[in-house]
Ligand binder design. Structure first.
Ligand code: AMP
Ligand code: MG
Length: 401
């Protein structure tokens, strides 16, 4: 048996990151992976500017409360004023550049406006309510590293220093196929012995959320020639092939045999629960090596192995720098007194008291556990958990994007 960490590092070591880069308008780049680090060529903000609506003045001109200053100019955002005449104040609005000669802004609520003058009911200090040029970003500094999956705030930051286009890696193309003669699609009748193909919905949505282009080949007939044809079609023009089902020991279907004829396959037993069996191989019959991962058919095993093993692999193939999701230490509000030789990923839900509760049925076929849960408790092999222990919690909010 492989440990989880061994399996993960084998997968990551095998990963070939995409190399094709294209420039996208910054407005369309969120969700994509940045191919080259970005630096600012300008300061943000570009000029010292007012953080409040009020009056820009020189602190030296307000020696005491209730000093009265003539208002010599009005500066709105988008315009620039002129040098402040000594002994006067400038009416100023949020975002407007601070005129030369002023060293503070007094917010309007602390002033009393007259016809052409203002009374300052506050003793300002130098720098009050001034946002300094370059205080957010200094020209020349790196704003985004290569390998960043661009979030809305990332593209906004690039835009704030005037970057109109960003270089991003092309999307990964991933083919999925499903084995098992028992499978039917919702909408079809369910004869005795049949079940619905829930993994098809699981995998296509998981891949879509990761920004992959999904080539969904649907269900493959349980027949060697058909499986070989499907594998070749899946490998054609795709970066990865994912299959579901047929990797348990003693399985009757043809995936293993077909992959061995179209390339090579290793059957891995990984010391994790759920999800022990995983197939890892390459399809080489089209003249290039396309990796293939055979996921277990049980829906919860399929979900957990995808999130913990396939997702980091896909991120690395996409050129992402940080592929291991964050875990949080939360208090166990449950007992788990059965130690298992395998590392377990338990379906769990965080509660508002800083603790985590467990779904009562942890069987790998019980998909409702994953719907109830908002994350996974990552329990080391051989350990028990007592109420009050701190446990590693992997939130779906981090795993599902
Ligand atoms: P397998 O990995 O093929 O041995 O399948 C393990 C279990 O998962 C069996 O109960 C299968 O019926 C079920 N299963 C396999 N594929 C799917 C699927 N696509 N959707 C839902 N359940 C599946
Ligand atoms: Mg099967």
């Amino acid at each position: 048996m492989l440990t989880f960490d061994e399996a993960l590092s084998r997968l990551l070591d095998s990963a070939q990151a995409v190399s094709e880069v294209r420039a996208l308008p910054t407005l369309a780049a969120a969700g994509r992976v940045l191919a080259r680090a970005q630096a600012a060529t300008v300061d943000a903000p570009p000029l010292d500017n007012a953080a409040m609506d009020g009056y820009a003045l020189a602190v030296a001109d307000v020696p005491q409360l209730a000093s009265c200053l003539p208002v010599s100019q009005r500066i709105v955002a988008g315009s620039v004023g002129t040098r402040l005449q000594p002994g006067t104040a400038a009416r100023i609005f949020t975002g407007a550049p601070i005129p030369a000669g002023a060293d503070a802004v007094v917010m309007q609520e602390l002033c009393q406006h007259g016809a052409d003058s203002v009374m300052i009911n506050h003793l300002p200090r130098v720098g009050d309510h001034i946002r300094r040029a370059g205080s957010d970003i200094a020209a020349g500094s790196e704003i985004l590293p290569a390998g960043q999956r661009l979030r809305p705030q990332d593209t906004a930051l690039a835009a704030s220093v005037g970057i109109a286009e960003l270089p991003v890696f092309r999307r990964l193309r991933v083919a999925v196929l499903f084995t098992g003669d028992e499978l039917r699609m919702p909408g079809e009748a369910l004869p005795p012995g049949a079940i619905y193909n829930s993994n098809r919905f699981l995998l296509s949505a998981l891949l879509d959320r990761l920004g992959c282009v999904v080539r969904d080949l649907g269900q493959v007939a349980d027949d060697l020639a058909a499986t070989r044809r499907a594998l070749r079609e899946a490998a054609h023009d795709n970066d990865l092939v994912l299959s579901s089902g047929g990797v348990s020991v003693g399985e009757e279907d043809h995936v293993k045999a077909a992959v061995e004829l179209e390339g090579q396959l290793e059957m891995w037993k990984i010391a994790i629960k759920p999800g022990k069996p995983l197939a890892f191989g390459q399809i080489t019959s089209l003249g290039r090596e396309v990796p293939l991962i055979g996921l277990p058919g049980n829906p919860v095993s399929c979900l957990v192995t995808f999130l913990t093993l396939v997702r980091p692999l896909l991120l690395k193939m996409q050129g992402v720098r940080e592929v291991i999701p964050p875990a949080y230490l939360l208090r166990a509000d449950f007992d788990w007194l059965r130690p298992d030789a395998r590392r377990e990923f338990l379906r769990a839900r965080s509660n508002i008291d800083g603790g985590v509760d467990l779904f009562p049925n942890q069987a790998s076929g019980v998909l409702s556990s994953a719907v109830w849960a908002d994350g996974l408790v990552d329990k080391p092999a051989q350990q028990v958990i007592h109420r009050g222990d701190r446990v590693r919690f992997l939130p779906f909010s981090a795993l599902l994007n």
